[in-house]
Ligand binder design. Structure first.
Ligand SMILES: Nc1ncnc2c1ncn2[C@@H]1O[C@H](COP(=O)(O)OP(=O)(O)OP(=O)(O)O)[C@@H](O)[C@H]1O
Ligand SMILES: [Mg+2]
Length: 257
């Protein structure tokens, strides 16, 4: 069992404090959801965990099995078993989707234990079939010209190929049609198991109907303000953030939609 613990994390962007002391603990075998209004710091949290250089950690720790990953380089964090599906995947010309995934898999393996081409292709075929993806997508440049939904599906393909210990999935449901939503959920559910944990950032209960979370956290204004079971997402859907703020006695200004 592995444990990921975020302790009193403060993060600033260009001297503006965005995260104001985030605390969250999870372990493999669990799926946690993070919900929260726009601009509250959810993507900032994922970027800071993965080591994006624009995000300055001013206080706090992120511990992976007790080791502070904030002291690791970005590639070391991935090798340690962390994976991030970003909200807006970028297009990378010159490297094919398949090449990228094989490199990512092998970067986590020892020299004498690299995944060979045949094994890789077999696994790739299997996962792409499960995700209803056309074969040619493997040979295309990473995300180049992919539709919004194809990018999201491709993030899940990477997840299934790389098999990280912990995956942060930032709005993998945004912009998906109903069928794609089911396919993406199926991929995540396939990954579920005692060696895998996931932190799923979403705005909608809709996704959580397919992927039932063990724990739901509500983040507002740079902090986790409430943590409970799957029923919390349903409560939020019914009452909205205003209702939740009343319950918690919070006074936070929400961005206009
Ligand atoms: N690179 C950046 N430069 C300047 N400000 C930023 C940057 N990244 C994030 N911010 C600001 O930090 C705040 C939190 O942004 P973040 O993307 O973490 O929100 P979020 O909770 O993911 O919102 P959403 O639900 O809309 O995705 C916002 O006010 C945003 O404008
Ligand atoms: Mg975001």
């Amino acid at each position: 069992m592995a444990v990921l613990e975020i302790k009193n994390l403060h993060v600033s962007i260009e001297d503006k404090e965005i995260l104001k002391g985030v605390n969250l603990k999870m372990q493999t075998g669990e799926i946690h959801a993070i919900m929260g209004p726009n601009g509250t710091g959810k993507s900032t949290l994922s970027a800071a965990i993965m080591g994006h250089p624009s995000y300055e950690v001013t206080e706090g720790e992120v511990l992976l099995d007790g080791e502070n990953i904030l002291e690791m380089e970005v590639d070391e964090r991935a090798r340690a078993g962390l994976f991030l599906a970003v909200q807006y995947p970028s297009e990378i010309a010159g490297i094919s989707n398949a090449e990228f995934m094989r490199a990512a898999i092998n970067s986590r393996r020892d020299e004498d234990n690299k995944m060979g081409v045949m094994e890789f292709l077999k696994k790739l075929d299997e996962k792409m079939a499960l995700l209803d993806m056309p074969e040619e997508m493997a040979e295309r440049y990473l995300n180049e010209g992919f539709s919004g939904g194809e990018k999201k599906r491709n993030e899940i393909l990477q997840l299934m190929m790389i098999e990280p210990t912990f995956a942060i999935l930032d709005e993998i449901d945004s912009g998906l049609d109903i069928d794609a939503l089911q396919v993406v959920s199926k991929g995540v559910n396939e990954m579920r198991g005692e060696d895998f944990g996931s932190l799923i950032i979403t705005h909608y209960q809709r996704l959580l109907n397919y992927i039932t979370p063990d724990v739901v956290h509500i983040m507002m204004d740079g902090r986790v303000v409430k943590t409970a079971g799957a029923e919390l997402a349903k409560q939020l859907e019914a009452e909205g953030y205003k209702g939740l703020m009343e319950e918690l006695g919070l006074d936070i200004e929400l961005e206009e939609e």
